[in-house]
Write a protein that binds this ligand. Structure first.
Ligand code: ZN
Length: 237
């Protein structure tokens, strides 16, 4: 039992080293950069869509403008060939109407141009932000890499100690320990908490039923029915 507890303690050290790396500011910076880059991608997609819509309405207005220009040309030709006063007035009115249309269209085109300009500016800004984020990520990745490397020797030493201990641990115990580790259970072995004659699991703190308590006392260990850790009685206590 002592050997596997020692093994568990060493594994705990490995886990806390990995935690130091995974919870480092550089790692958080990487996560933030990833999120920023996702946001930028979505924003750029939206802007792309908006630009497409603006371009389509621009083209449509251009077509309408073309038609109106043709109308004016046609009407002007009519004016020269026609001398009837009533008809001339009608022609003038028509030309005026078409001119008005053209003014409105021009205004709209200007508006669209302004909007397209705005979209392009925003696109540029988002892209710059994305690039900045990317640079930060590259730096943070290098930082995490360095941090990880700084623990290499320490980890190797712990791992070799674990390797050596493994030979002294009964295969059955070791296998069951590894099985629980694969389920992400840690620590696997926990102390029994003995309070006011009531026993509790040292991992999840749930109360151990009296029948199981006696088994724990006679066998020295049981599996927690709640968290599946192995509860043992610490004889050194
Ligand atoms: Zn438990």
């Amino acid at each position: 039992m002592n050997k596997i507890l020692e093994y568990q303690k060493l594994e705990g050290e490995l886990i806390s080293i990995d935690k130091k790396v995974n919870q480092s500011p550089a790692m958080k910076a990487i996560e933030q950069a990833n999120q920023n880059s996702n946001n930028a991608k979505n924003e750029m997609k939206e802007l792309d869509k908006r630009a497409g819509e603006l371009l389509a309405s621009f083209k449509k207005l251009q077509e309408i403008m073309q038609r109106n220009v043709q109308n004016i040309q046609y009407l002007e030709k009519q004016k020269i060939e026609n001398s009837d006063k009533g008809q001339i007035k009608k022609l003038y009115d028509n030309i005026k109407k078409v001119n008005n249309n053209l003014n409105i269209i021009e205004q709209r085109i200007n508006e669209i141009n302004k909007n397209i300009d705005g979209v392009l500016k925003k696109f540029k800004r988002v892209k710059e932000q994305a690039n900045f984020s990317k640079d930060k990520k590259v730096k943070a990745l290098a930082e995490v890499d360095n941090l990880r490397k700084s623990f290499d020797a320490q980890k190797a030493e712990i791992q070799s100690k674990m390797q050596a201990l493994q030979n002294d641990i009964p295969a059955k115990s070791f296998e069951s320990y590894q099985r629980k580790r694969k389920e992400n259970i840690f620590p696997v072995y926990v102390n029994a908490i003995d309070e006011q004659s009531q026993m509790r699991c040292g991992g999840c703190k749930s109360i151990i039923p009296s029948g199981r308590s006696s088994k724990l006392k006679s066998d020295g260990f049981i599996e927690c029915e709640e968290c599946r850790r192995i509860i043992y009685i610490d004889e050194n206590k």
